[in-house]
Design a protein around this ligand. Structure first.
Ligand code: FES
Ligand code: FES
Length: 213
């Protein structure tokens, strides 16, 4: 047990001191008990107000709440579906200020004063929106889970074409835009249907657009 370079510490003492330092650095006490984690501040709730299907909605929400969760969990509008919750499937599509969005990718607090339309706001069982009626007529669904998102998207797609907003497959940017089968399929590509009802959805959209499927 020689002193190490005259520091007055034995080799065994040096090793013990090093081990204790490493243990504390790893977040545990020397006795191996987990240390209390640093307190992370929890975001507070904020008032959020927007319009949903023509009615004013006032909520007090955790700032991390997505628009999708605000609709489903806080307003009980469960027509809008949660599929992937990661912007991959389109099941959560709603229309905000006339434009379709994936509501799972958007925080509710971003929509102060916005006008949100969900599947519940497009039509009623007694008075279906033309796109809803066309989906029924053409069997544009099987399990129906993706259908609210598909219908909200389909309604917006026809509006986009009407307004002349180009897509990746638009070949003529100067001429009149038409609701061709390719235009509609390209624009609907973000809405996934596990049941594979795509051709029937295309037929439903073509009927509403007055075009060929
Ligand atoms: Fe939003 Fe899938 S749930 S894109
Ligand atoms: Fe079942 Fe589309 S109808 S996922």
């Amino acid at each position: 047990m020689d002193d190490t370079r005259g520091l007055g510490l034995s080799r065994r003492g040096m090793l013990a001191a090093s081990a204790a330092t490493a243990t504390v650095a790893a977040g545990t006490t020397p006795a191996g008990v987990l240390a209390a984690p640093a307190r992370v501040p929890v975001p507070g709730k904020v008032p959020v107000r927007f319009s949903v299907n023509g009615k004013s909605a006032e909520l007090s929400l955790d700032t991390r709440t997505t628009l999708l969760d605000a609709l489903r969990e806080h307003l009980a509008l469960t027509g809008t579906k949660k599929g992937c919750d990661h912007g991959q499937c389109g099941a959560c599509t709603v229309i905000v200020n006339g434009t379709r969005i994936n509501s799972c990718l958007s925080l509710a607090v971003q929509h102060m004063g916005d006008e949100v339309t969900t599947i519940e706001g497009l039509g009623t069982p007694e008075d279906l929106h033309p796109m809803q009626a066309a989906f029924v007529k053409h069997d544009g669904y099987q399990c129906g889970y993706c259908t609210p998102g598909q219908i909200c998207s389909a309604v917006s797609v026809l509006k986009e074409i009407e307004e002349g907003i180009p897509s990746h497959v638009t070949d003529d940017l100067e001429g009149e835009m038409r609701p061709t089968n390719m235009e509609m399929r390209e624009r609907m590509s973000g809405n996934i249907c596990r049941c594979g009802a795509y051709s029937n959805i295309a037929e439903a959209m073509a009927e509403v657009a007055g075009a060929e499927a």
